[in-house]
Design a protein around this ligand. Structure first.
Ligand SMILES: *Cc1c(COP(=O)(O)O)cnc(C)c1O
Ligand SMILES: [Zn+2]
Length: 447
């Protein structure tokens, strides 16, 4: 069976374009493009046969099909030559039952999908493997790509730099100077990317990179380029697969540029269209209160959407005031009976600290999602027996500076409720023993 995929306009204009073409927007109306799969061809294979194929491949060493993305290759980039795939065995991240944390907020079936347990420490790997692999095929077919460029709040550039380094392609990244974590800055440097730290914010970097991408030989890797969403859509598929092909009631996802929520939705859409699942989950997008254009539009009944200047937030990867994928995200929310919530700096930090007390090491974006969930539970919108999945988007290890400031009670604007500082002691058995027993006598364990 021949499976095919093309770019098409999200607004439905006529025309389809090869995924190897350098094109990001519809030439008729200027809207974004999306990858359209030939579902009739995919339907020639039965749902149970897709399920057994995907289950056979997951996490095997049968390259590249052991990757969480390439194990679903027919649904992602069916015409890509295996020899062009640039994979770092992404996906297949753990989905765990957050039993103690769930109980605290009155939920019995809360799960966290650890997308940050990935090669570069965020879910961005899922999309970048697809984009860089397609570029490798373009180069092989003599299309002149000299460099792949992106603007980034930190994680996109880390993923781009790593996949380009693995594939032998030049990477150029534009970052807002001083607005990303040290770990995120060092990642593209280490992988040999050309790193431009600009005196502006993410939206400013985005404006420049869009112009740059019109120059010959320059290929754009931002999520305006919908190839990345094809890889990212595997997160929803993988969650369902990890639940033995059962669909959860809710998925909570932090959103900035809003590509990821659109991708999440399209993974579920595709499983539904091809008969692998019979229902859809509800989706909640969680935004930081200081960068909440989607939340505001939602509150206004979708009547007016206005880009804003995003203010500082610890959740730096979602500090975006003018999300590229706004239209796609609204469409997804409408289809998935979705809601939008927001979290303040205090709410996100305390959510991280509370979850960490039950064994996570959550990043601030995951904190935004957890804080949003607390609100949905309080309102009764999420019910106590609902199966809920929170998407954890990055590794907490990229954000240790935030965590240290929290535990040293140095985050401005509030007192850290769960600060935990080291006790400095002399080299003395008695001193250690006395501290241990003081703790045993004064505090109940694990609160
Ligand atoms: C990119 C990113 C997001 C936001 O994803 P969008 O597609 O921009 O909405 C959230 N969390 C982390 C850690 C990210 O890197
Ligand atoms: Zn169009």
């Amino acid at each position: 069976m021949e499976y095919t995929a093309h770019f098409r306009c999200v607004a439905g204009c006529k025309g389809s374009y090869s995924i190897e073409e350098i094109i990001y927007k519809c030439p008729h109306c200027g809207e974004l493009l999306e990858v359209h799969h030939d579902l009739d061809a995919l339907r020639q294979r039965s749902p149970s046969s897709w399920i057994s194929l995907f289950d056979e491949r997951i996490r095997t060493n049968q390259w590249p099909y052991g990757s969480g993305v390439w194990g679903k290759k027919e649904w992602i980039a069916p015409e890509l030559d295996d020899a062009c795939v640039v994979s770092l065995h992404e996906g297949g991240t753990n989905l765990f039952w957050a039993e103690r944390y769930g109980k605290r907020m009155g939920l019995s079936d809360l799960w966290i999908k650890m997308c940050g347990n990935s090669h570069t420490g965020s879910f961005k790997d899922l999309g970048m493997t697809v984009l860089v692999s397609v570029v490798r095929q373009m180069i092989k077919n003599s299309r002149p790509v000299e460099a792949i460029v992106c603007a980034s709040t930190g994680d996109t550039s880390a993923a781009l730099a790593a996949y380009c380094a693995a594939g032998g392609i030049r990477a150029v990244v534009l970052l807002p100077r001083g607005k990303i974590s040290t770990a995120q800055l060092v990642q593209p440097l280490a992988n040999g990317a050309l790193v431009c730290a600009l005196d502006t914010d993410f939206d400013g970097c985005m404006a420049i990179v869009q112009r740059l991408s019109r120059e010959p030989g320059v290929y754009l890797a931002n999520s305006m380029n919908s190839l990345r969403l094809e890889g990212q859509k595997t997160v929803g598929i993988e969650i369902v697969q990890q639940f033995d092909w059962q669909v959860p009631d809710w998925v909570i996802i932090p959103g900035g540029n809003l590509g990821n929520v659109s991708a999440l939705g399209s993974g579920f859409d595709m499983m539904y269209a091809l008969g692998l699942i019979q229902k859809l989950p509800r989706i909640c997008v969680a935004q930081a209160a200081s960068a909440n254009p989607l939340y505001r539009a939602y509150k206004a009944g979708w009547d007016k959407y206005e880009p804003m200047v995003a203010m500082p937030t610890e959740a730096s990867a979602i500090r975006i005031g003018n999300p590229v994928s706004i239209r796609r995200a609204v469409r997804t929310l409408n289809k998935f009976n979705g809601v939008v919530e927001q979290a303040t700096e205090k709410e996100l930090a305390e959510a991280v600290a509370t979850a960490d007390r039950t064994g996570t090491f959550a990043c601030p974006h995951t904190g935004v999602a957890l804080a949003a969930l607390v609100k949905l539970v309080k309102r009764g919108e999420v019910q106590k027996n609902d199966r809920v999945v929170v998407i954890s988007t990055a590794s907490g290890l990229k954000f240790v500076d935030f965590k240290i400031r929290y535990h040293e009670n140095r985050i401005e604007g509030f007192e850290s409720a769960l600060a935990n500082k080291p006790i400095e002691l002399p080299n003395s058995y008695e001193a250690v023993k006395s501290s241990v027993f003081h703790a045993i006598d004064s505090k109940p364990p694990l609160t």
